[in-house]
Design a protein around this ligand. Structure first.
Ligand code: SF4
Length: 339
């Protein structure tokens, strides 16, 4: 289990420290060390009294995960594999971009959605991550450098572990914690029943990335078996979230050669998205060995995007970062699993 106080809201940290013989303001100081200065041990927090640091260290470190593996790609993306004391392993990816560095966090160990093209889904769900374990990914990366943007788009679907995900985001958005702006945070989900309503009720204007991947119910049920819901219903819920937050959402669409990238599928997607306050994010597939899907050649990718644009849809054809770092989600972890 992740150690206290990371599983607690920041507002509870003063009491947590006071209960251990510290002063309430030591909570603010420790948060600054962890989130701003990249500390990973109590010993580094030199403005806490030495006796308090010794007591805290004797009870356990602030972070329990170890970085078991680190992979780097020539394009600057880095992927960390974190191992928790119970043996569970998760990945987080850290990528450069034109608007600063982006951190991609995982919310579950494995994933129950089992998208046919995804390494994370191939072995199903092992367990949910606690809020502190989601935060630990950000803190392990923070110890290596800074990030300005956050995407909750790694292993697992945050919509199926929403309480822990939102608790972690509350801490990362808090000026006394991660200090991130909600406008620089994206939460990606296949849209499990109730998840988008809960995001709307949470009230922070983060961006929704709705993982669609198919323009019709039949193909989506095949590609995203654990996210089986009518496409029209999902988009209506995303529209309602836009009405609540005023944030345009993105529709994520992994381009799979010969599966969902045909001209008539581009036309069908355009019909679905026309008139909505959304942006289509086309993601050329990062092939996963053994899953049997291919990445369309660049000309086919561009043709799909052009059809959407001609229909008036706002589109980005994403550059794939981190291919050499096995950045397709779940690949690094899968390599380390006994098979
Ligand atoms: S693509 Fe995302 S939702 Fe689908 S199996 Fe992989 S991690 Fe889960």
């Amino acid at each position: 289990m992740s150690p206290a106080p990371l599983d607690l809201p920041l507002a509870a940290w003063p009491d947590w420290f006071a209960a251990r013989g510290g002063r309430p303001f030591h909570g603010r100081s420790a948060a600054r060390w962890l989130f701003r200065r990249g500390a990973r041990s109590w010993e580094e927090m030199s403005d806490l009294p030495a006796g308090l640091r010794r007591r805290l260290a004797a009870a356990g470190p602030p972070l329990t995960s170890v970085v078991e593996r680190e992979a780097a790609a020539g394009d600057g993306a880095r992927k960390l594999l974190l191992r928790f004391p119970d043996g569970a392993a998760v990945e987080c990816v850290w990528m450069p971009g034109s608007r600063g560095r982006t951190l991609c966090l995982s919310t579950q160990v494995g994933c129950p959605i089992r998208c046919r093209f995804c390494a994370s889904g191939a072995d199903g769900l092992e367990r949910n991550l606690a809020a502190g374990e989601i935060l630990e990914q950000a803190l392990q990366v923070r110890a290596r450098g800074s990030f300005e943007r956050l995407v909750v788009m790694g292993m697992g679907d945050p919509g199926l572990n929403l309480e822990a995900t939102l608790a972690a985001l509350d801490t990362l958005l808090d000026p006394a914690g991660g200090g991130l702006s909600a406008r620089r945070v994206t939460v990606s989900t296949v849209g499990p029943r109730g998840a988008l309503e809960r995001l709307a009720a949470w009230g922070r204007p983060v961006t929704l990335a709705l993982s669609l991947h198919a323009p019709d119910d039949e193909l989506r049920a095949e590609l995203v078996p654990g996210g089986r819901r009518p496409v029209a219903e999902l988009l209506a819920e995303a529209d309602a979230l836009f009405a609540a937050h005023g944030r345009e959402y993105t529709v994520e669409y992994v381009l799979l050669a010969g599966v969902n990238d045909r001209p008539e599928q581009a036309e069908a997607l355009a019909r679905l998205l026309r008139g909505r306050r959304c942006h289509a994010n086309l993601i050329p597939y990062n092939p996963v060995p053994g899953l049997g899907y291919r990445r369309p050649v660049p000309a086919e990718q561009r043709a799909f995007a052009a059809r959407l644009r001609r229909a008036g849809i706002s589109v980005t054809l994403r550059r794939s970062l981190g291919r050499a770092a096995e950045a397709a989600c779940g690949q690094l972890r899968r390599r380390t699993l006994p098979c």
